[in-house]
Design a binder for this molecule. Structure first.
Ligand SMILES: N=CN[C@@H](CCC(=O)O)C(=O)O
Ligand SMILES: [Zn+2]
Length: 432
């Protein structure tokens, strides 16, 4: 007999809701006061949405005779919302392990880029790769992220830098969206680098006059869904004025502005993003005080990427200054061939140790605020009624272990659930 209820998770030692009043993001002190229920339960309906969440006693009384398709007894365990990864580049061919060695020996990111490596190396290999090869590697990367607790992930194009390959990448992302349970927010990043043989002006013209019109056509025809537009606004890549025209054109097509800014040099990207009504800006290692103030006022989220600063030995993003100023701080893995990290728990750990965020702030940044950066915080990022039933169940009595145990997430995460379906069951019993 079919039930109206897909899943009951009962008697968890802790249920971390994050928030409980429909907040779309969290800033300042609110991030230090996340909503946690001791001894709680969660009910997910057959539509995959949360129907109830609260103290186990209350839920038991509310659903006395109900049958559930599946019941998980979470006694001694913790329940958290699925993690949200707000910045990844997961579609590409050809790894760059050789460049990791060069960087360890002292080369900077831009040394490698100018020598024709970096993004250019990946572009060459991605242009040559077939869609099925790209889909296979994307699927295994997304599955790996899902095992590490990510249930909503942003995925960028940007290793084509010309129409055909950018479209190929976006179509591969679209195919993954149809085939895999993980939620995807897709981003057109045709301005990720200036292609070899073109000037910035020529590349900008190609994006404005060739790539974006074709994207618009496919989006209107319903053959492609794209959510965000991105530009790498950086010295030697796209300057402020070309960035402005590309982002504005994307916004005019209905895309959310979500771009790379102020990473290696202060470019006033933060001020530009605030002025254009950007939903999010990533990196910001070199943001100025004025940029921070502008982002706080405009409610533009800062997507901080602790793996980038770690791998490239850059100055850390000024997370504390941003948090104190009331900026909406989110986190992302920045998964790409330069920063090969699929794990948001590791990202949260780095954010705490290197960027001086508290564990509560890091969790809010990797859930509700990352969902806000993707325009999805009305449906994702917290355990509240009518939101998607996306959650993690941890083999531990305190949720903080997910951040504290560096690299321990594989043993800690028992189940990953998306829309009430168990998509990962890590059936091991161990002494933690
Ligand atoms: N900074 C620009 N883009 C990526 C790196 C992409 C690459 O090196 O392939 C980033 O966010 O770190
Ligand atoms: Zn990036």
């Amino acid at each position: 007999m079919s039930s109206n209820y897909r899943l009951l998770v009962k008697n968890a030692k802790q249920v971390v809701l994050i928030c409980s009043n429909g907040e779309k993001y969290m800033t300042k002190h609110a991030m230090q006061n996340l909503c946690v229920i001791e001894n709680g339960s969660v009910v997910i309906g057959s539509d995959g949405l949360i129907k109830a969440v609260g103290p186990a006693e209350t839920i038991r009384a509310q659903y006395p005779e109900t049958s559930f398709e599946k019941v998980i007894d979470a006694t001694g365990m913790c329940v958290l919302p699925g993690l949200v990864d707000a910045h990844t580049h997961p579609v590409w061919a050809g790894d760059r392990v050789h460049e990791f060695a060069m960087k360890l020996a002292g080369a900077t990111y831009m040394d490698v880029h100018r020598a024709g490596g970096g993004i250019h190396f990946t572009v060459e290999h991605t242009r040559a790769a077939g869609s099925s090869e790209l889909l296979a590697s994307l699927s295994s990367r997304l599955t790996r992220m899902q095992r590490a607790g990510t249930t909503l992930v942003e995925c960028k194009s940007g290793y084509g830098l010309e129409l055909q390959t950018e479209l190929k990448m976006l179509e591969v992302i679209e195919e993954a969206r149809r085939k895999l349970p993980i939620n995807i927010s897709s981003t057109y990043c045709g301005a990720h680098a200036v292609p070899k043989g073109k000037t910035v002006a020529e590349a900008t013209k190609d994006i404005l006059q060739v790539q974006l019109p074709r994207l618009k056509q496919q989006m209107s025809a319903g053959s492609l869904r794209v959510d965000n537009i991105d530009v790498f606004c950086e010295q030697g890549v796209f300057d402020l004025s070309s960035t402005r025209s590309i982002l504005q054109a994307g916004k005019d097509m209905g895309l959310n502005i979500n771009f790379h800014g102020d990473e290696l040099h202060p470019m006033n990207s933060a001020q530009l993003g605030a002025e254009l009504g950007a939903l999010a800006i990533s990196h910001l290692e070199e943001v100025t005080d004025e940029g921070i103030a502008a982002m706080a006022t405009a409610r533009t989220a800062a997507v901080l990427l602790p793996t980038t600063a770690y791998i490239l030995r850059l100055p850390q993003p000024r997370a504390r200054d941003m948090l104190d100023a009331g900026v909406i701080v989110a986190l992302g893995s920045d998964f790409n061939p330069n920063a090969y990290c699929c794990s948001m728990p590791i990202v949260m750990h780095l954010a705490c140790v290197n960027m001086r965020m508290s564990m509560l702030e890091a969790l809010a940044a990797a859930t509700i605020n990352a969902a806000y950066a993707l325009g999805r915080s009305h449906t994702h990022g917290s355990l509240e009624v009518n939101k998607h039933g996306d959650l993690l169940i941890l083999n531990t009595t305190r949720w903080e272990h997910l951040i504290y145990q560096l690299g321990g997430h594989q043993e800690l995460i028992r189940y990953v659930v998306i829309k009430g379906n168990i998509v990962c069951d890590n059936e091991k019993t161990m002494n933690l």
